[in-house]
Structure formats: C-alpha cells, structure tokens
Design a protein around this ligand. Structure first.
Ligand SMILES: Nc1ncnc2c1ncn2[C@@H]1O[C@H](COP(=O)(O)OP(=O)(O)OP(=O)(O)O)[C@@H](O)[C@H]1O
Ligand SMILES: [Mg+2]
Length: 432
C-alpha cells in the first residue's frame, strides 16, 4: 500500500504528466517524464517503455537510465514465449516477473546482454490501450528482486498513464493524417476543377475558328463566288487554321512545361540578342499599329534557354503592341540587379485594373477583353510565366490604368560571360 505522502507524490507527478499531454508535448518527452517519476518512487530501479510498432515488434520508447547500447540491442525485439521479460509479457498478454535473469528460462537468449549491463532482475507489464496491447513498462534491478505490493501498485498507475500518453499521441497522429488527407483531397478537387475549366475553355476557343472554317467551306461549296470572294474565303480558312494551330501549340507547350517535360537547356544567353531577335520579328506589327518600339540598357548575359527566352519576350512585346493605342511607344530594356538581370517591357497602353491583375496568369482569361478584338486566346502570359519559371526565373506584371503596363522578367545573371561595353544604346527599331 502507498503511504499518504507517497500518494501525494504520485499525484504530483501524474498531474505534471497530464499537463505535458495537455500542451501536446512529444510522446518521447512524456514517456521520459513517466519513467523518471517511477524511478524516483522506486529508488535504485531503472525503468523503460517499449512500444509495439505496426510490424508487431517492440521499439524503443523511453529508457533514460538504461545504457544506450542495451536499448539499441533490444530495439526491434519480437514478442515470443522466450523473449526476455518484455517480449514474453506481450506474447502472453500478462506481466512477467524474472526475479533472477541468470536462471529465468525466458532470458536464456539475453543473459550475456544482461550481464554486460548489470541486469539482475526485470519485471515487465503490458501497456494496454483501449482494445489492444501497445507496449511494455519494465522495471530493472541490478540484483535479484521480486516486486512488492507497493511497487506493483506504482507500476499499475504509471502504466495506465503511459497508455493514456500513447493513445493521445495516436489520436493526434490520426487527426494530422486526416488533416493531410483533407488537404490533398481539396487540392485534387481544385486541380480537377481547373482541368475541367481548362478543357471547357479550350473547346470554346477552338469552336470559333472551326465554325468560321465550316462557314467558308460551305460558301465555297454552294455559292457561285467571284474569284475575289473565293480568295477571301480561302484566306479566311487559312487564318482560322493558323489560329487553331497557334492555340494547339500553346496548349501543348503549357501542358509540357506544367508536367516538367519541356526540354529546357540553360546556358549563358546574351539578353540583348534575344531582345533584338524578338523585337525585329515584332517590328511589322509595330509599324502596322504605328507604335514606336525601342530597346535600351546594358547587354547582359543570363542563364536561360535561348529559344524559350525569345518566346517569352515575343509574348510580352506582342501584348504591349496589341493592347496599346497608336502613337504610343513600347520600350524593352535590361537592368542588372546583383545576382539577377531584369528585362522590362513597358507600354503606354490602357493599363490593367488592380483587381484584375491576379487573373492575368489564368489560362484563357482575357480579363473580359473582346475575344475577336485582338485575336488572342489568353494563353500568352501563363505560358510566358511557366517558361520563365522553368528557366529558374520569374515573371511579374505591374500596371496602372491610364498610364500603361510593365512586365518584368527576372533571370539569374551570368557574370563570367558579360561584356559591359556592348549596350543597346537607345536603339529605336522603328527607325532602323
Ligand atoms: N500590356 C498589356 N496591356 C493591357 N492589357 C494586357 C496587357 N498584357 C495582357 N493584357 C490583358 O491580359 C490578357 C491576357 O493576356 P495573355 O497574353 O495571356 O492573352 P492574350 O494576349 O489575350 O492571348 P494570347 O497571348 O494567347 O495570344 C489579355 O487578353 C489582356 O486583356
Ligand atoms: Mg498575349
């Protein structure tokens, strides 16, 4: 029986453990507290907790006073009829008292280990959770020893506490697993929704040019057309087919880059050359729209995929030209910023309202722009951003309604390859 003073000591320690549980302390820490509390109440003893894992073997839980080598040696112990005190206690689901391990048959395979670590007696009790055994609580003595009633009472109380700690830990893990599963489900649902949305938008985008092809083809088949009208119908078919092709190309690129399957070859690329190639290609559109296309800034080298960098700049310059009014200018510039290089594409167009900026990178979202007006499918920016990210860079847009839009591509600088004297020197392509 416990004396009045001991009951108070037990209660104090139980309360301390309960407080640890309430504050969600890690299981190992709670088990250490339980084991240390019992060692204090049974002077001279060394205690341990082993936990049964999913594979049915006993794993180290807590043994602050036992030699680490001993704990390591019995970690992974399989329960059985002759598996020391702990393994046997789990096997028969009842306490095992080996009051002299040198003669106890259940210790026959562990005698050398016991001798090496001064173990004379070991008494182990199964820790029961609600429906099953979850581990063992062991009390070791250096000499032969039989537990008295008081010790048995103490072990009963502290095993119960250990079972509460294990249950608490399992419940917390289950909650966390449910939470993670919930997050994964939500993210899968979002991805699924985005995919359906994408497919719906894609079929809608393809239907428009397909309908015009069908319409022109019908005209060619049924109507008596003049050579002029005939040519117009054929041009209409070619234009619609080109549009379909460009959508399909962009969708395939987007799918490849999002699947991480886009071959990207990073190498030092001269940004000046990439910009000049892209702006030269865009010059006819600039001339047609009466927009001045200018380039400036130092010639710098970046880590990029030459072809994909050109595709990104083309996308941005084409947006700047198509969405800006005549008699404005579009300025492409480079800027060194520490370990990075920025490419800016700045226009004097209508700008984009702040609340629409986060929709810029949503496939097929043209921010309500009239579908036919500028003929785009709404894939350019999302593709440009994904390509830039695949080159380990970033793409951002900043805009001010009534003033214009600035697109910034940031890429890693390649300092070794830079040639500072080589600059774009305010070259105005429209005047070339
Ligand atoms: N420089 C800009 N100025 C004003 N609006 C812009 C600018 N760049 C993009 N936008 C707006 O963002 C939308 C999405 O741009 P994005 O480049 O993704 O598609 P798009 O140009 O419409 O079509 P695509 O690039 O596939 O041919 C555009 O439809 C337009 O409304
Ligand atoms: Mg575009």
């Amino acid at each position: 029986m416990l004396t009045g003073g001991e009951v108070t000591a037990v209660l104090d320690r139980q309360t301390a453990v309960m407080e640890q549980l309430a504050s969600d302390a890690p299981l190992s820490q709670v088990l250490d507290s339980i084991v240390i509390a019992l060692e204090e109440l049974i002077p001279g003893s060394r205690c341990s907790v082993l936990l049964l894992d999913e594979d049915g073997v006993l794993r180290h839980g807590s043994a602050p006073s036992l030699p680490v080598e001993y704990s390591k040696a019995i970690d992974g112990l399989a329960p059985g009829p002759l598996a020391g005190s702990c393994g046997t206690a789990v096997h028969f689901e009842k306490p095992v008292i080996a009051s002299d391990v040198t003669t106890d048959p259940r210790w026959q395979d562990f005698r050398g280990l016991a001798q090496a670590h001064e173990i004379g007696a070991c008494w182990s009790s199964p820790i029961r959770s609600r429906s099953s055994i979850v581990g063992t609580f062991a009390v070791y003595d250096r000499t032969t020893h039989k537990p008295d009633q008081r010790e048995q009472e103490l072990v009963r109380r502290f095993s119960h506490l250990a079972s509460i700690a294990v249950d608490h830990d399992r419940a917390a893990r289950q909650r966390e697993a449910h939470h993670q599963a919930d997050l994964a489900r939500q993210s899968a649902e979002r991805a699924n929704h985005a995919k359906s949305q994408f497919v719906t938008s894609l079929s809608h985008e393809l239907r428009t040019p397909l309908q015009s092809i069908t319409g022109f083809a019908e005209n060619l088949k049924t109507l008596q057309l003049s050579p002029d009208q005939r040519q117009k119908a054929l041009d209409g078919i070619a234009g619609a087919a080109d549009h379909i092709l460009s959508i399909v190309d962009d969708v395939l690129d987007l799918a490849r880059v999002e699947a991480g399957a886009m071959p990207i070859q990073l190498e030092p690329v001269n940004v000046r050359q990439a910009i000049l190639v892209a702006t030269d290609l865009m010059q006819p559109l600039a001339t047609q729209r009466r927009i001045t296309l200018q380039c400036s800034g130092p010639a710098l080298f970046v880590q990029a995929d030459r072809r994909r960098l050109r595709q990104v700049v083309l996308n941005l310059v084409s947006n700047a030209l198509r969405f800006s009014p005549s008699d404005t200018s579009v300025h492409v510039s480079t800027e060194a910023r520490g370990q990075t290089v920025e490419i800016h594409v700045v226009d004097e167009g209508p700008g984009i309202p702040r609340d629409l900026l986060n929709r810029l990178f949503v496939p097929f979202d043209r921010l309500g722009a009239d579908a036919g007006r500028e003929g785009g499918a709404g894939l350019g920016l999302v593709l440009a951003r994904r390509l830039t990210e695949a080159m380990c860079g970033s793409l951002d847009l900043d805009s001010c309604v009534g003033k214009g839009t600035r697109a910034t591509v940031t890429l890693s600088a390649c300092h070794d390859a830079t040639s500072p004297s080589d600059t774009l020197r305010g070259r105005s392509l429209s005047q070339d």
